[in-house]
Structures are given as structure tokens and as C-alpha cells.
Design a protein around this ligand. Structure first.
Ligand code: ZN
Length: 371
């Protein structure tokens, strides 16, 4: 890790070209920020921003769009920058799926929009979100991306590059986003006024996703939930009854993690309604936002559950150090790991958790001192 959170953006040495302030909020992606800043000066026709969810691709794309439209390459203050950042610039088009994947119809519409001249600015920027799900729409999108007018810039966001996206990726400048190191994230949260111990715990629980860290930072129940997972081994006796009670309480905790998210989403929806009132909305925009909000909720629950399981495994791992017989703790860790893997298959979460807790109760703890 080089430098602190402030150091990532450099001392502002490229301030003359502009753009430094635009990317100042992009945590832990110094290489991506540098490349986007540089690209704004003489852009190619398509960019692919690739990286795990929650690593800042979306806000980076918005800043990049502003930099592309700004006469100074991204001052962050002029009308072009401000409108692009606020989501009201007519030459920044954001497209987001409403269904499980991108449709051929979506891709054709994107091609049509991309072929149009800018409404008022010198460029038109199309920001396409979640295009790792391009699936059968890939050929139509490829056609659009291959021959845009010189004034159009595509900014495509994807969590990874599946086979269907490979050819499109080869036509793009690829900019990678990676999970943010925990220490760096903790330092950022501390600099924002969070107590060091909580900042460290939140950063750790975020799995390197600044978006999730921010969510947890506004979540009053975080510390208690973490304690509940850590103390769980003590409350399990191997009976179905105790497992059901414990699982219900943990699942109730998953609902509280969604509350700060809902507050943020409500604000976002209100913004959209206000924007539509002032500038006239686009058909389908609200549906796209609501679909995204549902996905965010689902992801927040899954992330929290994964964090809970990791915390639980950690509790057993801690017991290993003092255990005379490491067998039970190792078996417990293996059971938790399996449950975590099973999560990917979209199981009935309550059942998965109950089964796991019964098993853990029967395995028992490795640490005799705690019994
Ligand atoms: Zn500007």
C-alpha cells in the first residue's frame, strides 16, 4: 500500500489538466483513477471498467463522463461537470438492466442512441451498467461499439469478462477495479471521524467494498450483529430447537442491515422524481432504478450473511490456538465453509442456517476452557 487515503490522488500535481477533484472520492483505485484522468484528455471510443461489485465503478463512470464533457477535462465545478455528476446532462446516457440480463432490444436501442450526435455538448457518453450479463445481446452491442460516431464514447461496466464479452472487451480500453485493502479502507473511515476499532471492524466486514463499508458505517446494529455471530457457538447445544431460535435471530439481523440501504434508496428515488419534475424524465428510468434497488437489497443480505459466516468461522479458528484436540474446531470450520459455498446456489437461507447450526451444536467447541 502506498501512502494514505489522501495520497492516492497525488498532491494535485495534474491540477492544471483538471480532473483530480472529480476522482477524489474514488477510494483505493489509484491506477484506475489515473488512467481515467489521462483518458479524458484524448479518449478512445470505448472503455470497459471491470471489477467486483461495490468497488466504485459506477461513480467513477459518472466522474469520467463529466471529465469527457468538461472543456477543461474535468474541473468538477463548471456547468458540464455539475450536470453530468448530478445525472441531468442530456449527453450522458446511463443504461441499466431491469431483468436478469441485457436484452437484444436493449443493445439495439443503445446502438441507436450511440449513433446520435450530442444534444448540446462536444461528446455523447453512454454508460452501460452490468454488462457482464450481456449474454445473447453481445453481437448487437459489438456492432454498436465498433462503429460509433467520433463524438460518442462508450463506458461499459462489468463485474468480470465472460466469454460473450471477450470480443467487445478487445475493442475497449480495459480499466480494472480491485477490492480495496482493508487497512486503506479503515484509514479512510477513520479520517471521516469513525472510531478506530469500529473503522477496522467495518473495513474488515466490507470485504474490500467501499460501498458496503459506507453502508455499515451508517448501521447502528453492526457491532451487535458481529457479536451475535461470534458468540453463536456458546448458544448451540445440537438440538433443532436451539438452532431454530438462533437462526431466526440471525436472520432478523439481516433485515436490519437493509435499513440504512433503504434510507439511501428512498433519497435516490426522491432525487429522480425531482429531476424528472425539473428536466423531464425518461421512460423506464424509474423502473431501472427500482430494479437496481431490489438487487442491492439482495446483495446486502447475502454480503451480510457471508460476513456472518466468516465471523463464525473466525470464532472457531480462535479456539484452535488453545485447543488440546483441534478436531472439533476444524470440523466446525469445514461445515461453515461448506454452508458459505452453498449460498451461491440460492438456497432457502433459513433452512441452510438451521441445518448448519444443528451440525455445529453437535460438533461442539474445541476450546475446553469456554465450556
Ligand atoms: Zn468542468
Amino acid at each position: 500500500m502506498t501512502g494514505g487515503p489522501a495520497g492516492d490522488e497525488g498532491p494535485g500535481g495534474d491540477g492544471a489538466r483538471g480532473g483530480s477533484s472529480l476522482f477524489a472520492g474514488l477510494v483505493g483505485q489509484p491506477r484506475a483513477a489515473d488512467r481515467l484522468r489521462a483518458a479524458a484528455a484524448s479518449p478512445v471510443h470505448a472503455y470497459l471498467l471491470v471489477g467486483p461489485p461495490g468497488t466504485g465503478k459506477r461513480s467513477a463512470a459518472r466522474s469520467f463522463a463529466a471529465a469527457l464533457l468538461c472543456p477543461e477535462g474535468g474541473c468538477g465545478r463548471c456547468g458540464e461537470c455539475r450536470r453530468a455528476l448530478a445525472g441531468v446532462h442530456p449527453d450522458v446516457v446511463v443504461r441499466e438492466r431491469t431483468g436478469a440480463s441485457i436484452t437484444v432490444g436493449d443493445a439495439r436501442e443503445i446502438g441507436r442512441l450511440g449513433s446520435l450526435s450530442p444534444v448540446e455538448g462536444r461528446r455523447k457518453v453512454l454508460v452501460l451498467i452490468d454488462f457482464h450479463l450481456v449474454e445473447e445481446a453481445a453481437p448487437a452491442l459489438l456492432k454498436a461499439v465498433e462503429e460509433p460516431p467520433a463524438t460518442t464514447v462508450y463506458v461499459i461496466l462489468a463485474e468480470h469478462v465472460p466469454a460473450e464479452l471477450v470480443t467487445i472487451a478487445s475493442r475497449c480500453a480495459v480499466i480494472e477495479f480491485s477490492p480495496v485493502p482493508t487497512e486503506l479502507l479503515a484509514a479512510v473511515l477513520e479520517a471521516e471521524g469513525m472510531e478506530p476499532a469500529v473503522a477496522a471492524a467495518v473495513a474488515e466486514a466490507s470485504g474490500g467494498q467501499p460501498d458496503r463499508a459506507r453502508l455499515l458505517a451508517g448501521d447502528a446494529g453492526f457491532v451487535a450483529r458481529r457479536a451475535a455471530w461470534r458468540d453463536l457457538p456458546d448458544s448451540l447445544d445440537g438440538t433443532g430447537a436451539s438452532a431454530v431460535v438462533a437462526a431466526e435471530s440471525l436472520l432478523a439481523g439481516l433485515e436490519t442491515v437493509v435499513e440504512p440501504l433503504r434510507a439511501r434508496q428512498a433519497a435516490e428515488l426522491a432525487e429522480l422524481v425531482e429531476r424528472a419534475r425539473l428536466y423531464g424524465g425518461r421512460a423506464g428510468e424509474r423502473k431501472e432504478l427500482e430494479a437496481r434497488h431490489k438487487r442491492e437489497e439482495r446483495r446486502a443480505r447475502t454480503d451480510e450473511l457471508r460476513f456472518g459466516l466468516a465471523t463464525l468461522a473466525g470464532a472457531y479458528r480462535d479456539g484452535l490456538a488453545t485447543a488440546r484436540d483441534p478436531g472439533p474446531a476444524l470440523a466446525a470450520i469445514a461445515a461453515v465453509t461448506t454452508a458459505n459455498e452453498d449460498l451461491a446456489r440460492n438456497p432457502n437461507v433459513a433452512l441452510l442456517l438451521q441445518n448448519l447450526l444443528v451440525r455445529l451444536g453437535r460438533i461442539g467447541r474445541a476450546d475446553p476452557a469456554r465450556r
